[in-house]
Structures are given as structure tokens and as C-alpha cells.
Design a binder for this molecule. Structure first.
Ligand code: PLP
Ligand SMILES: N[C@@H](CCOP(=O)(O)O)C(=O)O
Length: 466
């Protein structure tokens, strides 16, 4: 499989190349040169497979040429063997139409584990093959950071520098990152928002001095391998709901547009998806873009769903590129004008392309609390507030009610106990697999929200390119 950049001027790479590169050298994001498509017979053959085997079948077209099928199978067995539920991503029924897809049974209790457990193993495989090393620079609003650190802590040849916005992640999220005591893990709390942290990460990929001295890599969903692994649970859930004979719809709590873009990829590969509902909190740039074509940033408002307090949504560029005719030069120009004006209008073809599959709903703080209560009172389920954003949108959907609606349950409720307790009166307990999180000592550095400060910190602590 060959991968191309959304901005058209970086060289095409194979799967191993894009996994280690993270962001393309022209600032764009990598996508497969064309979407692989399964026949109905191939999809029918996937029904009932154990998760690791299904993952091997779904991801094989993307990795062919960089791994053997047996190598991929072995990595999937290792990655998904660490999950606390045999089904890895089980479905739970809420009522006749509504379902939850529980994505939080991995080691750090959020959907990020599904991709990052695999990505840690992919890094190890490719780096040992090349006898090389990687300096990972990441930005997190809480969940990517803990999942990435769990996936790479103590691994040979990898240093990880994870930026989180100071005071804007939950205590559980922060502790999951800052109590991981491995010499290759560097946590940095920066002044500012997740968007500020993400902008610094992207800037480092374009800093020739840094890329000349270090092999910079990514664990955020700018890295194609992240999205690829997330495609699998759309197949797993849709097939369980009889997708070969009827379509399925998804409501996806959205921030960086990675998780919902994975649903779009599943649809391109032949999975019958009727609709993807982009569910946002009040930081609603994606809702405005999909409903009015207006992609303009404002100030980030801190909410009860901190992991989705994002305005500049990385993976939206992948959708705009794909729906807008895959014109890299035009995409580069559109992003240049967005960066200058902090605003852009979607083109007609981008709007029409997106509206074929996507719709969007925005949830305010009260609606999030109501959805949390609805799940508890009507289905006996305690859900996390991000999932509640998705559930609010799912309940608001006007789609044909005979189509099953699956809300992605993106985090365990115990990651956000205060909000859950406020809504339901119940304080969820942390599962035993996270151990003595509140007894462990924390370690992290604090830096101003300035690129130079972060760059100097990385320069002092990272291993030079090998
Ligand atoms: C719990 C949770 N839900 C939803 C999201 C949004 O996912 P995405 O950024 O892939 O849209 C995130 C973070 O990204 C998250 O941590
Ligand atoms: N909500 C995310 C933000 C980063 O998103 P990513 O999917 O691009 O890594 C987080 O938890 O950090």
C-alpha cells in the first residue's frame, strides 16, 4: 500500500514509512493512495471472528508490503491480549434502537488503547528492523497521553515527550501519565489549551533543526496507524448487528476527528454504514463546519468533557482532502489561508461529499448531564461524559428508527468521577487494573506555552537520531 500526503508535495511512503514519519514533511497527513474495498463475500467471511483475527483481516490491505500477515496477526494477538474483556470492544444494548460500543477495556480505560497498544508494538518492530530510534512528541487533552505512555514506557529506542494543558485534564488522566516512572517518559504541563500543545507538536515536525537532529515521531491521530486500528471496531460492531443485511449508524463524540474518520474509512472499505453523527461539546467548530460550511476557531471553552475541548481538529483535513477531489495543492492553499485567518469556508464539493455520510449535533453542559442520567435511569448504565455527548446526539437523531444506532463509549466513567456523580449521584470506582494510581508519586515538568521552551526541553532530554 502506498500513502500520499493531503498537501500533495511530500514523497509517497509505504506503511512502515508513514508509521515512523507521523506527519508528512509538507505538513500534511498521510492517507492510502486509494481505499481498499472488501467484497460482500469477504465481509461475510469476517462474521464471528475473534477480535485479533478480525483486526488482521481488516488491517491487512493497509500494511501489505511492510509486514507479513503472520507478523500482523502476532502483533494483534499481543495488543488485544491485554484487554480486560474477551470481546475487546463489547456492545451493550440500551433500548430497542440504541447501543453502546464499549471501547474502554484497555489498560488506560479509553478508546485510545485500541490503537496505541498496537502502535507501540509497530514502533518496536520497525525500529529494531532499522536499528533506529524515535523521539515521540505528543499533545494530549488527557487520554492519548496515558494510552501512549502505557504503550511505550520502558521500550528500547523510544523517548516520549507528552504535552498536556496544565489544569485542564482530570486527576485520573493526569496521574495515569505522571506516575509512569520510566526513564524514557517525559511529561510536560504547558500553559494554554490542547490546541496550543497540538500546534507546537506540528511545528516541531516542520523545524528542520529538530528533524535534522532527532527522528521525530507521532502518537497522535495525525499518525495514520492510529486511525487504521480504530477502523476495526466499526467492523466488529456492525457485523454483530447484522450489517451485511442492514446498515448501522454511529454517533461519535468528536474532538480531533480521528475516531469518526475511522468510521468513514470503514464505509469506504464496504461496510454498510448509514450515517456517522459527529457529536461535539460547546467547542463546536466541527458542528458549524458540517452544518454551515463555517470552519472558524474561537476561544476554547473548558467543559465537563475536557478531552474534547479542541477547536483545530487535525483529521478534518483528511476528510476535506478526500471529499474535495484529493487535490493536494488546493488543500495546501486552503490550510494556508485557515492558518492565516483562523477561519475558512468549506467548498461545495467538500460540503456535498461530507453530507453524504456525516451529520452533526452539539451538546451543551446540561444536555451532557441529561444524557448521563438517561443512560442510568433507562438502561442502568453509568457512562462517562464524553460518551454522553455521543448519546445526546444519538437520541436526537432523526434517522429511520429501524437502523441500529451505536454510540461509541470512548472512556470509562471512573476517569471523570466528579461529573458522573453530579449527574447520577453515583461515584464510579476505578477498575483494579489501574492499581494504586492515587498512591503513586507524580513527576512532570511545567513549561510556559512557548514553542522555544518545549524545543529546548526536548533538545536537552532526547537521544540523538540513530
Ligand atoms: C474520551 C474521549 N472521547 C472522545 C474523544 C474525541 O476523539 P477524536 O479526537 O478522535 O475525535 C477523545 C479525544 O480525542 C477522548 O479522549
Ligand atoms: N482527546 C485527545 C486529543 C488528542 O487526540 P488524538 O486522537 O489526535 O491523539 C486526547 O485524549 O489526548
Amino acid at each position: 500500500m502506498e500513502y500520499i500526503s493531503t498537501r500533495g508535495s511530500a514523497s509517497a511512503l509505504d506503511f512502515e514509512g508513514v508509521t515512523l514519519a507521523g506527519l508528512a514533511s509538507d505538513g500534511g497527513l498521510y492517507l492510502p493512495a486509494e481505499w481498499p474495498r472488501f467484497s460482500e463475500a469477504q465481509i461475510a467471511d469476517m462474521v464471528g471472528l475473534p477480535y485479533a483475527e478480525l483486526a488482521t483481516r481488516v488491517m491487512w490491505p493497509f500494511v501489505e508490503g511492510s509486514l507479513t500477515e503472520e507478523e500482523l496477526r502476532s502483533l494483534c494477538q499481543q495488543a488485544y491480549g491485554r484487554f480486560a474483556h474477551k470481546a475487546v470492544t463489547p456492545l451493550v444494548q440500551l433500548d430497542e434502537r440504541q447501543w453502546l460500543l464499549e471501547l474502554f477495556h484497555g489498560p488506560t480505560l479509553a478508546f485510545k488503547d485500541v490503537a496505541l497498544q498496537l502502535l507501540g508494538l509497530l514502533f518496536e518492530t520497525f525500529l529494531s528492523r532499522r536499528q533506529s530510534n524515535l523521539t515521540i512528541i505528543g499533545a494530549t487533552s488527557g487520554d492519548t497521553g496515558s494510552a501512549a505512555i502505557d504503550a511505550v514506557a520502558g521500550r528500547e529506542g523510544v523517548d516520549i515527550f507528552m504535552l498536556h494543558p496544565k489544569g485542564r485534564v482530570s486527576d485520573v488522566q493526569r496521574r495515569q501519565m505522571t506516575t509512569a516512572r520510566a526513564p524514557n517518559v517525559h511529561n510536560i504541563a504547558i500553559e494554554g489549551s490542547f490546541d496550543d500543545a497540538q500546534a507546537m507538536v506540528k511545528r516541531m515536525f516542520g523545524d528542520a533543526d529538530m528533524t535534522g537532529r532527532f527522528n521525530i515521531g507521532a502518537v497522535n491521530s495525525i499518525n495514520w496507524a492510529r486511525l487504521m486500528a480504530q477502523v476495526v471496531y466499526y467492523f466488529a460492531s456492525a457485523l454483530q448487528l447484522g450489517a451485511l443485511h442492514r446498515p448501522v449508524a454511529y454517533s461519535v463524540p468528536t474532538g480531533n476527528f480521528g475516531d469518526v474518520f475511522a468510521g468513514y474509512v470503514a464505509a469506504q472499505m464496504g461496510l454498510p454504514i448509514a450515517q456517522l453523527v459527529v457529536a461535539t461539546n460547546v467547542n463546536d467548530i466541527l458542528h458549524r463546519a458540517l452544518s454551515d460550511g463555517d470552519y472558524s476557531t474561537g476561544t476554547v471553552t473548558p467543559t465537563d468533557t475536557p478531552s474534547m475541548d479542541i477547536q483545530v481538529s487535525s483529521n478534518f483535513e483528511r476528510l476535506l482532502f478526500d471529499c474535495g477531489g484529493r487535490d493536494g495543492a488546493a488543500m495546501a492553499e486552503q490550510i494556508r489561508s485557515f492558518e492565516a485567518d483562523k477561519a475558512m469556508q468549506l467548498t461545495n464539493s467538500q460540503r456535498e461529499g461530507a453530507s453524504a455520510l456525516f451529520t452533526s449535533v452539539r451538546a451543551d453542559q446540561q444536555q451532557v448531564l441529561q444524557a448521563l442520567r438517561w443512560a442510568h435511569e433507562n438502561a442502568g448504565e453509568v457512562i462517562d461524559p464524553h460518551t454522553a455527548v455521543g448519546l445526546h446526539a444519538a437520541l436526537a437523531s432523526e434517522l429511520d428508527p429501524s437502523i441500529p444506532m451505536v454510540t461509541l463509549a470512548t472512556a470509562h466513567p471512573a476517569k471523570f468521577p466528579d461529573v458522573v456523580e453530579r449527574a447520577t449521584g453515583l461515584r464510579p470506582n476505578l477498575p483494579s487494573r489501574v492499581g494504586d494510581l492515587f498512591a503513586r508519586e507524580e513527576a512532570y515538568s511545567e513549561l510556559p506555552g512557548k514553542y522555544d521552551a518545549v524545543r529546548d526541553f526536548v533538545t536537552q532530554h532526547a537521544s540523538p537520531a540513530a
